[in-house]
Design a protein around this ligand. Structure first.
Ligand code: COA
Length: 250
């Protein structure tokens, strides 16, 4: 782990070709993609020029994490789709990912956006915790095999199922949570992701367990969403298992 305290990290917009090139390098380090899956420098240029966001986390002069979003449009309203969030492994778990998201939020609010969305893998306990418990997103949509096959070892050869995070940037839910006063929520159902999922995905002998869990949880989440429930909370237990908490939202 780098010796710098988290406070020494600063976040700023990235604008130069050199910065965007560094994001490509970070992508390779974080996801281990093969060529076909890597987002090239040109897309970062486009994101920055057409009203998206490219933000970097700097340790001194070195970019150690970034967030990238693209402008989207649905039902007559603009929103931001945050496509990538990455922090180098040795800098993780000290709040940099959260700070990048909060910087995205500030910038988006300053330009009048109400909504930021992104997708995340429902089997990733740490991402679910960050997105739902720490940032206050809600989830009402599931997309099976969103990207098709992925070359990233993090995917463990499984279909790229994704949940859509909806981050209602100025909602009471989000602002109260960010103030440290989360709103109470009635929980009607739970769906569990065991902490052993990381091991199951990486070990070819155990991958079928991950596959079965993915399809069972897919069915459970899709069924809950069809019945009008939303993911409104996330809980980790003492063993590190994750639990989606489902309830009514609005
Ligand atoms: C997702 C990612 C950007 C987060 O970056 P980060 O700087 O570690 O994020 P933070 O430190 O702000 O938050 C991580 C949270 O996960 C928690 N966490 C870490 N390991 C965990 C685990 N195994 N299970 C549950 N939670 C875990 C941390 O405790 C922290 O929560 P806390 O703030 O309540 O303590 C980083 O892990 C990453 O680059 N992952 C690979 C790429 C990826 O999955 N990107 C997101 C999808 S595009």
């Amino acid at each position: 782990m780098n010796e710098s305290p988290q406070t020494a990290i600063h976040i700023q917009s990235l604008t130069s070709l050199e910065h965007f090139e560094r994001c490509v390098v970070l992508q390779l380090e974080v996801w281990g993609y093969s060529d076909g899956d890597v987002i090239p420098r040109r897309v970062f240029v486009v994101a920055q020029r057409i009203g998206g966001q490219v933000l970097g986390a700097f340790d001194g002069d070195t970019i150690v994490g970034f967030a990238m979003s693209l402008p989207g449009y649905r039902d007559g309203k603009p929103y931001l789709h945050s496509h990538m969030l990455a922090v180098l492994p040795q800098y993780r778990n000290s709040g940099i990912g959260r700070r990048l998201k909060l910087a995205q939020r500030d910038e988006a609010i300053a330009r009048g956006f109400e909504l930021m969305e992104w997708t995340f893998d429902p089997l990733e306990i740490r991402n679910s915790h960050l997105n739902i418990s720490r940032l206050g997103v809600i989830v009402r949509r599931y997309q099976a095999d969103f990207y098709g096959p992925s070359s990233s070892p993090l995917q463990g050869g499984l279909p790229t199922d994704r949940l859509y995070a909806e981050w209602w940037l100025r909602s009471g839910r989000v602002t109260d949570l960010l103030r440290g006063e989360p709103q109470p929520q009635q929980i009607l159902e739970r769906i569990t992701v065991p902490h052993t999922i990381y091991q199951w995905k990486q070990d070819p002998q155990q991958r079928s367990l991950a596959q079965t869990l993915q399809s069972n949880n897919r069915a459970a989440l899709e069924s809950a969403f069809k019945r009008g429930l939303a993911v409104v909370g996330y809980e980790r237990d003492a063993q590190g298992n994750g639990n989606f908490l489902l309830g009514l939202w609005k």
